[in-house]
Design a protein around this ligand. Structure first.
Ligand code: MN
Length: 473
């Protein structure tokens, strides 16, 4: 039977987190704001209003391009893309159709596979329509928000890889600091096009497109569904129709929406109200100097120190990665702190702490040292660690916190021996002692427990065990 190979390309719209909009001076952060409260006459498209380009958006676009390992085009231009819709009051979108600011680049997936970027361009977002039963509502808070649209080459060949690419784009853009990356609120939206073709074919098959997917999971599921649907059609000898299809999250299916015949003619024309963007290489270098470390940098840095799975989990939290990188060179400490992050901080009951200030490098290193020296058991280490996030405690030194919690283990052998002697003199331990001497290993646990109790939990259990063994020989 013929094997069919899927080929997938992704276009991703990223909302930039600039202070103001792309062409007007109103607040670009509409979170928690009333609908239509962050809208200027420019965004309403009122007659006579002129757009003024936001310099911060250009900087963010450069930074996004650098994060995509892409060439920055020193000259780029805007065009008008015409279509009529209630959430686009001007009747056209200002975009970069012919001369985008970001040229060819690539994104490297965790498995090392590179997905090439064809280009990426700056454009404005439209408003948001919501359709009720007998009427529709339009919110223009989002109209004029700067977007970078990232267009990939068709370098993706499975649903899982499409998901990985979407996720890596999200990581790269959030690490670069150009977007809030809030997927729930549509900060990143994925358009996915898919075709399948027989393995030995030299041409790609007919493709379909699914627009505005807003989660990694829906990208994966939609692609999976479409690959199956198209493969089935081809196996039956039927043709795939080139069309835009809608993804239904609830049913897990795609349905036909708009075929190529009614594809729009956008009547592109150069935007006359905005001059071309002319950069010089110093503008690009300045952004390169400010570019935060990227996920691939962390992957490489922790390659031989942490497991790949642990790195991938922690990569979802840029501040944790940055903190780990501060422990530079101290591999053992990096390992222990990474494990505390994943086992304590990312535990369901503690995820709220992620928004808090992280412990200092000094606090963490002392914590690891105290654990290494058996001054803190692993349980006590976790107890102290969690106090780093306690508003009453977080500013204190590690040792002070451990003392206040009275969890520092007694390691002084002389002191421990005294406690052991006290316990061995007690009548209730006599039977256990003779049982142990008679070869019953398991009663040692009971005796260690008695010593721990006597020390109020501060004795180091392995040291106690050693002393007991010597004394009961
Ligand atoms: Mn677009």
């Amino acid at each position: 039977m013929t094997k069919y190979i899927p080929t997938i390309g992704v276009e991703c719209h990223v909302q930039l987190c600039t202070k103001t909009k792309l062409f007007s001076e109103v607040d670009n952060d509409a979170r928690l704001k009333q609908p239509n409260s962050c809208v200027s006459p420019v965004d309403y498209g009122l007659p006579g209003m002129l757009p003024r380009l936001n310099g911060e958006a250009i900087k963010f676009a450069i930074r996004a391009g650098l994060a995509l390992n892409a060439k920055i085009n020193l000259e780029s231009r805007f065009d008008r893309k015409h279509y009529y819709y209630p959430d686009l009051p001007k009747g056209y979108q200002i975009t970069q159709m012919f001369h985008p600011i970001i040229g060819e680049g690539y994104v490297e997936l965790p498995n090392g596979h590179k997905v090439r970027i064809e280009h990426a361009h700056l454009e404005e977002d439209a408003g948001k329509s919501s359709h009720e039963s007998s009427y529709s509502l339009v919110d223009l808070n989002r109209a004029g928000t700067p977007l970078v649209e990232i267009v990939s080459q068709p370098d993706i060949h499975s649903a899982a890889e499409a998901r990985d690419y979407a996720k890596e784009l999200w990581r790269v853009m959030t690490y670069a600091g150009v977007t809030y990356g809030d997927l729930y609120n549509g900060n990143m939206r994925f358009d996915v096009n898919i075709s399948v073709a027989p393995e030995d074919s030299t041409e790609l098959g007919t493709r379909t497109e699914m627009k505005n997917l807003n989660s990694f999971r829906s990208v994966e599921r939609a692609v999976e569904y479409e690959i199956k649907r198209q493969t089935k059609l081809l196996e039956k000898g039927e043709a795939v129709i080139q069309e835009t299809r809608g993804w239904n999250e609830a049913t897990g299916e795609t349905t036909g929406q708009r075929s190529k015949e009614d594809a729009k003619d956008y009547r592109y024309m150069p935007e006359p109200d905005i001059p071309p963007i002319c950069l010089d290489s110093a503008d690009v270098e300045a952004e390169a100097a400010n570019l935060p470390k990227m996920p691939s940098w962390y992957r490489q840095k922790f390659n031989n120190v942490l497991s790949q799975d642990l790195v991938e989990v922690l990569l979802d939290y840029p501040n944790l990665m940055a903190k780990l990188a501060e422990l530079e060179g101290n591999q053992a400490a990096t390992k222990k702190v990474a494990n505390l992050f994943s086992s304590v901080l990312l535990a369901e009951e503690n995820t709220s702490l992620l928004n808090d200030k992280l412990p200092t490098k000094e606090q963490l290193i002392t914590l690891v040292e105290m654990n290494d020296n058996n001054e803190l058991s692993s349980t006590a280490t976790k107890e102290v660690f969690i106090k780093f996030f306690d508003p009453e405690m977080h500013y204190k030194e590690t040792r002070t916190i451990a003392k206040e919690l009275s969890v520092i283990q007694e390691n002084d052998l002389g002191a421990l021996e005294e406690i052991v002697n006290t316990v061995l003199e007690k009548p209730e331990t006599q039977k256990a002692q003779s049982d142990f001497r008679a070869g019953q290993e398991k009663v040692l646990g009971f005796l260690v427990g008695q010593v721990m109790k006597e020390s109020k939990g501060k004795a180091n259990p392995s040291a106690v065990q050693k002393i007991l063994r010597e004394k009961l020989r």
